[in-house]
Design a protein around this ligand. Structure first.
Ligand code: HAM
Length: 420
């Protein structure tokens, strides 16, 4: 048998209630903050991500699913949504219709990473982007939304880390300071970090190599070299978070894996999912739209990994979803009544009841087993003497009470069950 591709996962029916619940919470909270859903294509021109996320990032240099299609265009399965949302905003001039666009999404993403628990090659994110304002209140709003969603899913073992990367000018100056500090240590850095020294020096803070970490302990920090305006913005973000009762830590070494960030960056980590602990990440990206050839328009956003969040929910046993049940199982006592039973089920289903019946010509006993398996609230027996009298028998499965109902009174059944 052909199997699913490494790093991809089927979401089977026994898991889907958890996905639906999470999606419902996401849409509900996003809409309370007046964010509107946006859906963009699964694939885009490769240059959108190369330019948006940055050529030197791991995502662009190692992880993208890129291929040449039949019209010789290089296309890429989206590894993230921010670049796509900014493209869509510019393409449809949404910024001309509305000063501030507040958008959210729930979508699959694709990155060819080494699969492990909480890390997949097709995974799903929900996220939000507020594009059109540089107000730090929106930076804080992103953290509040993300945190509120995670709390609504019952998660407790959470750490919010925030940092500011300031504006590009101060960051470029700082990179020179960091380069100066690292130059004498260069040959002691891991091979990866030596490469990053040339291509993406800030990411050396992310190195897992013990010796790199030791060297970085004493490295000068960007936050100590920010301009006054950036510090002031960061202060405002912190004040709003305090007011919103979001516990947070400042992590001056928090550098994110995408190049477009300016000012605030943040991550929310879980202590209950093992090494892939970042449940969500985001930040401000004031230069991205221009970088992509659009109008200069500031933005801020975040995205969260649904698989990781559901793993955290499982480990913290935080989702206590009700056992699934159906309203009614129709048990056919005589084989010849197959059509009659089906017609009856149709009337009930078209009256909004969740109804199941046997399609496999099973015995009455087997049909009852199915009714129990589906947790049917009621069983409706069709057949026997009652049916000859134009009646069916309704059994309440919780108290065993039975009632004969004339087929003409089918609406009684419906109102009885719906009325519960
Ligand atoms: P990101 O940090 O690359 O940011 O991804 C956000 C979240 O997606 C991560 O914290 C993680 O939970 C999840 N994730 C990432 N890669 C994988 C994977 N291979 N398997 C499972 N889950 C994964 C972004 O994508 C930015 N677009 C966030 C953003 C929006 N910044 C501003 N606006």
């Amino acid at each position: 048998m052909i199997k699913a591709i490494t790093g991809t996962k089927d979401i089977l029916p026994d898991q889907i209630a958890r996905w639906h619940y999470l999606e419902m919470i996401v849409s509900y909270i996003m809409e309370c903050f007046n964010y509107k859903e946006i859906r963009t294509p699964v694939f885009e021109e490769t240059s959108l991500f190369a330019r948006g996320i940055g050529e030197a990032t791991d995502i662009v240099s190692k992880e993208m699913y890129t291929f040449i299609d039949r019209s010789e265009t290089s296309v890429t399965l989206k590894p993230e949504m921010t670049a796509s949302v900014v493209r869509a905003l510019n393409e449809h001039s949404l910024d001309k219709k509305q000063g501030l666009n507040k958008l959210y999404y729930i979508s699959p993403m694709f990155r060819q990473e080494r699969p492990q628990a909480g890390r997949y090659r097709q995974f799903h994110q929900f996220g939000a982007e507020a594009i059109g304002s540089d107000n730090p209140a929106l930076d804080a709003e992103m953290i509040v939304i993300a945190y509120d969603i995670l709390k609504s899913l019952g998660l407790n073992d959470l750490t919010v880390k925030i940092n500011s990367l300031g504006v590009p000018v101060s960051r470029e100056n700082y990179k020179n300071i960091l380069r100066e500090y690292l130059t004498p240590h260069l040959k002691n850095l891991s091979e990866d970090s030596q490469k990053r020294f040339e291509t993406n020096i800030l990411r050396i803070f992310d190195s897992k190599a013990e010796n790199d970490q030791k060297i970085m302990e004493d490295a000068p920090l960007l936050i100590e070299h920010l301009d006054d305006n950036s510090l002031e913005n960061f202060e405002k973000v912190k004040q709003i978070l305090l007011h919103a009762q979001i516990p947070f830590e400042i992590d001056p070494k928090l550098v994110r894996g995408l190049d477009y960030y300016t000012h605030t960056t943040f991550e929310i980590l879980s202590g209950s999912v093992g090494s892939q602990s970042a449940l969500c990440g985001g930040g401000r990206y004031d230069g991205l739209s221009e970088q992509l050839g659009g109008t200069a328009i500031p933005g801020v956003g975040f995205a969260a990994g649904i698989e990781r969040i559901l793993l955290a929910c499982e480990n913290e046993k935080s989702l206590d979803l009700p056992t699934e049940s159906i309203d009614l199982y129709l048990v056919r006592l005589d084989k010849e009544l197959q059509n009659a039973a089906y017609n009856l089920s149709l009337i009930l289903r078209r009256n909004d009841l969740v109804v199941e019946l046997d399609y496999l010509q099973r015995s009455v006993k087997a049909q009852m087993r199915e009714a129990n398996k589906f947790n049917a609230k009621y069983v409706l027996f069709i057949g026997g003497e009652e049916y000859e009298r134009n009646e069916v028998v309704l059994k309440n499965m919780s108290d065993g009470e039975q009632q004969n109902i004339n087929l003409e009174d089918l609406s009684t059944i419906i109102s009885k069950i719906i009325g519960e």
